[in-house]
Design a protein around this ligand. Sequence first.
Ligand code: ADQ
Length: 483
Amino acid sequence: MHKTIIVSNRLPVDLKYIDNKLHVKSSSGGLATGMKSVHSEGNGIWIGWSGLAEDTMNSEQKNEVDQAIAQEKCVQVPLTEYDIDNYYYGFSNKALWPLFHYFQAYTEFEREHWESYVAVNQKFSEVILQHANDGDTIWVHDYQLLLLPELLRKKNPTLTIGFFLHIPYPSYELFRTCPWRYELLQGMLGADLIGFHTYDYVRHFLSSTSRIKEVEVNFNQISYNNRIIKVDSFPMGIDYNRYHNAALEHDTNPEHTKSELMKNIDLHNQSNEESKLILCIDRMDYTKGIPNRIKSFEYFLNKYPEFKGKVRLVMLAVPSRENVEQYQLLKRETDELVGRINGDLSTVSWTPVWYFYRSLPFNELIDLYVSSDIAMVTPIRDGMNLVAKEYIATRTKDTGVLILSEMAGAAKEMHEALIVNPNNFDQTADNIKAALEMPKEEQKRRLDALQKRISRYDVERWATEFLKSLEAAKNNKPPQAAT
Ligand code: ADQ
């Protein structure tokens, strides 16, 4: 029987050496959840990097890591510190990430980074080919592995290869600025099915492909090298029940032990009945629009001063890619903005922005989701954005309003949110006011529609639909499918 191999840059296991002891934690992130049934089925495996640099471990540790990973039905692609600096922090996060998110001024196209990107994609293909049998299905994830589909197909044309991009696909005008645009497209075109979150990304991809390469595009199919490649949108969902049930549990369990953070928030709410809480949860990334959000909140407070003392912005930012310069600059800008606004506007009993720079465990995240009146998800650019969906899943009392950036892929499916352009502070301020004043019936009406959709198109359904479509794409192949 054929198996399915999932491939992503990082494995769904978190490995750490603390005081020389290996700590292993399986990930409960969106992708790991969505892939759970695929991964646990038959002899399916997951291939990726462990998160630990190969050249910083001794042979005993390497063995220990290998064993721990094998227990999770995973196989690792060993990466060195050089690979991580150049392939991951370099080409993936200093070239592709900003380019695909329209931050062209941040892109660095370095030959050394590119060469490492090619070499690491090659390393991935070698490990996969050692574990794949003829006819197996390989599902490759994300921008770190754009070259992989073609590398695999060249060596084994019997494989069925799917590729899914988790970030936006930019317009041709932007994509063409990449010196290795041809190679990147060539790499992706090794797949039988290429998936994106939204139809706009599909359109941009088809347009880049037809302008850069000699291909024939027919609706959402590309004819290339005697093969047909299907391109389609698969909006990724969340594990709706996990979030919804955790929120219900939070409501009903009187034994629920609250975090220090929540105790403080509760204390503040009790002392100020009218007080409203606006929640923001992001990775600390320049694509997430964190400075704009703070500035638009300040703009709102100045435009509608009657809300001063009554609304707080609770901002939770999880540290990310801290050794990339743009991320350090963003952190500094955020620290300064929060400091300035709180310095300018705070009173003895009111601090407008509560800012936490850390990752929170799941139960504390739920505490925050449940306790907030409004969620503000206003990225400058975002492939999908799962926080918007998680917030909706935690609404168990028919109250809550989502303010959502039109630049997030999620906006394409979540029309009932208050949709804003994050660069338009006037519009954002007006929508914050509208959210704060929205009648209960309207909140319920919007939430009902959103919850219905988000619960139906959950992450498992996303994975199933992609694999179903991949199966169909495979059967679409002309009989002699080799390139
Ligand atoms: P990300 O850019 O990581 O993902 P997102 O989709 O918002 O963005 O997912 C972030 C996840 O991290 C959420 O599940 C959230 O709950 C969690 N999180 C954020 N801050 C946290 C904190 N302080 N503590 C604990 N957890 C925190 C990429 C793309 C997105 C796309 C996803 C999936 O950039 O556009 O939606 O992949 O395809």
